[in-house]
Design a protein around this ligand. Structure first.
Ligand code: NAD
Ligand code: MG
Length: 384
């Protein structure tokens, strides 16, 4: 029998990270934890380390180092702290797969370093491809590294493409639940609260992606993510609203045939598939029951109301550093909305201003992406 795959979970204390640990807990024959990385939730990180006994643990927040070290010092688990350690830990020799599950731009550096060290990537952190998709995919090609999508829509496309690698894609349809505000008008959205925006109908996720789902920015980021993962033109990527979140996405081939992947909305499956690919691993996750879903429905997205989706297409079509600007402005906007500093609709206004004010760069290098991110954050903060 094959040895269990050794996995580094970079962002283990978050929504994706904890679900990845559930997958590993259910399949100890197939998967083992090699590294755990968290930002500042030391209690949870310690608890995870005690259960899964990894080789190393990293806490980004250096002020929590002592707390973690004090508990783990006699457990034969190495403990590190700080952002540099987060970036470097993915180099560890024994890692087979790096699950990139940090949220936002903060996940870029560790993912790039993992690719440089030829680690297979299970990618949850879509922002990595939004910010620097050309650079990241080029680096992956140069290092012969596979990037397996964890995002459910992209996992669906990837699963539909298995066995079809030489067949051309005509287009793909990314499905979107529509979020908690589906069907609302701009007037309705003027005064929606943080609490309302955080109530996603189908998925339980981290705060940032939940707000992105309510504003449809999540789908915009996913359109850009799909471009880079599957090498598509913007015109080949369509978004359809599917409120039941059962059809996770669809590929249409050149002969008009369409393949879709279906299942209950549960991130454990795409996480597991990214770990086990090309194999499928038996599990006891809940199964879909047709009679609980008498109707699967599809609608056109309302980009007049949810302008973020249109802004994401605009950034994708312009290319260069524009998706990086979109992402940075969105991170500032979401953070401000979560802190009650701006209203829901002001998020798109802020992003649009940044897209029009930051100077266009056709082919940024890594340092230019870092500068562009910083510059956009500064501009966005000044516009709040
Ligand atoms: P989350 O906020 O629940 O978790 C984020 C994780 O990243 C935490 O472990 C946190 O400690 C860590 N982190 C944050 N900043 C860090 C830093 N500077 N250094 C080190 N660690 C840091 O977010 P999430 O919902 O799990 O989402 C993670 C990523 O996966 C996002 O990019 C999101 O878009 C993507 N994703 C999530 C879901 C989902 O269902 N949650 C689905 C698809 C894609
Ligand atoms: Mg998704």
């Amino acid at each position: 029998m094959q040895e269990a795959k050794k996995i580094a979970i970079v962002g283990s204390t978050g929504s994706i990270g904890t679900q990845a640990l559930e997958v590993i807990r259910e399949n100890p024959k197939h998967f083992a934890v090699e590294v755990l990385v968290g930002n500042s939730n030391a209690d949870l990180l310690i608890q995870q380390a005690l259960e899964f006994n990894p080789n190393s643990v990293v806490i980004a927040d250096e002020s929590k180092y002592k707390q973690v070290k004090d508990v783990l010092f006699d457990k034969d688990i190495k403990v590190f702290a700080g952002n540099k350690a987060v970036e470097q830990i993915v180099e560890s020799e024994n890692i087979d797969v790096v699950l990139a599950s940090i949220v936002g731009y903060a996940g870029l550096a560790s993912t790039i370093n993992a690719i440089k060290h030829k680690k297979t990537i299970a990618l949850a952190n879509k922002e990595t491809l939004v910010v620097a998709g050309d650079l990241v995919t080029k680096l992956a090609r140069e290092n012969a590294v596979n990037i397996y999508p964890v995002d459910s829509e992209h996992s669906a496309i990837f699963q539909c493409l298995a066995g079809e690698w030489d067949n051309k894609i005509e287009k793909i349809y990314l499905t979107a639940s529509g979020g908690p505000f589906r069907g609302k008008t701009r007037k309705d959205l003027e005064n929606v609260t943080r609490e309302q925006a955080l109530k996603h109908p189908n998925w339980s996720m981290g705060a940032k992606i939940t707000i992105d789902s309510a504003s449809l920015m999540n789908k915009g980021l996913e359109v850009i993510e799909a471009k880079w993962l599957f090498n598509l033109k913007p015109e080949q990527i369509d978004v359809i609203v599917h409120p039941q979140s059962i059809v996770h996405s669809i590929v249409q081939f050149e002969d008009g045939s369409m393949k879709a992947q279906l299942g209950l909305p549960d991130m454990k499956l795409p996480i597991q598939y990214a770990f086990s690919y090309p194999a499928r691993v038996q599990n006891a996750f809940k199964r879909f029951d047709f009679f609980n879903y008498p109707q699967l429905t599809f609608e056109k997205p309302d980009t007049q109301t949810f302008t973020n989706l249109a802004l994401a297409y605009e950034a994708l079509k312009k290319g260069g550093n524009m998706p990086c600007v979109l992402n940075a402005a969105n991170e500032v906007a979401v953070d401000a909305f979560l802190k009650d500093k701006i209203k829901f609709l002001q998020m798109s206004e802020l992003i649009e201003k940044c897209l029009h004010k930051i100077e266009f760069i056709q082919q940024p290098d890594y340092n230019q992406y870092i500068e562009c991110d910083a510059e956009t954050r500064k501009l966005a903060a000044s516009l709040l």
